[in-house]
Design a binder for this molecule. Structure first.
Ligand SMILES: [Zn+2]
Length: 212
């Protein structure tokens, strides 16, 4: 089940927000910071900001519920999706680690497509689609990074590539945002406040809108 809410309908296509984890899957849990709750809260704020800008928005979950990666991707596949943005909270052994980072899938592993099919038209179309998905991901990630630096006044830890499950077989542009570190006491304190969660949402919304 996913939620579709139409704003001013300035864009025909949809932004899908994926608050990571949920239910018995808590994600990162450090002190009062529980990843599944924080990602959901930021997702609600982000939905509001995007809708205020006229975007059509879906969420992969609205409740404290565990859902599979497959279902999260399906929500994005059911509509003409411009971007699937998955929100996470970071953790590190080193408590000094801080800031946000943005992830993209590994271009060469972004598809399920069979390798070594011997070329042909399907292969070419598959390559073009992968190319498009990856390039769009880069475009959104770059714009979101820029907005987060300026709105949050924080240094970016960079746009990185990692083989996260949400990227496997992705058929729409997908970015993962690690909004900050639960393991850094100062950062955790900020991230637990409504004000900072709303600023994160504003920054991401601005980055997405700038890219549209
Ligand atoms: Zn996570």
């Amino acid at each position: 089940m996913f939620i579709c809410a139409m704003g001013g309908a300035a864009h025909a296509d949809v932004i899908v927000i994926d608050p990571a984890h949920g239910g018995e899957d808590f994600g990162v849990r450090v002190g009062r910071a529980i990843e599944k709750d924080i990602t959901l809260q930021v997702a609600f704020y982000l939905r509001q900001k995007l809708q205020d800008g006229g975007a059509m928005v879906q969420m992969t979950r609205e409740k404290d519920k565990k859902i599979s990666i497959n279902l999260r991707q399906k929500s994005a596949n059911m509509a003409p999706t411009l971007l699937l943005v998955s929100l996470h909270l970071n953790a590190a052994f080193d408590k000094k680690q801080e800031g946000f980072e943005i992830y993209l899938g590994d271009f060469h592993k972004i598809s399920n497509g069979s390798e070594g099919a011997g070329g042909g038209q399907n292969q070419i179309l598959g390559d073009m689609l992968r190319n498009h998905i990856f390039n769009e991901g880069v475009r959104f990630a770059t714009s979101i990074e820029k907005a987060m630096i300026s709105v949050l006044g924080r240094k970016s830890r960079g746009i990185r590539q990692a083989p996260m499950p949400i990227f496997k077989g992705a058929s729409v542009p997908t970015v993962v945002i690690e909004i900050g570190f639960a393991t850094n006491p100062q950062e955790q304190e900020k991230i637990l406040t409504k004000e900072y969660q709303q600023r994160i949402a504003s920054a991401i919304a601005q980055g997405i809108n700038d890219a549209l």
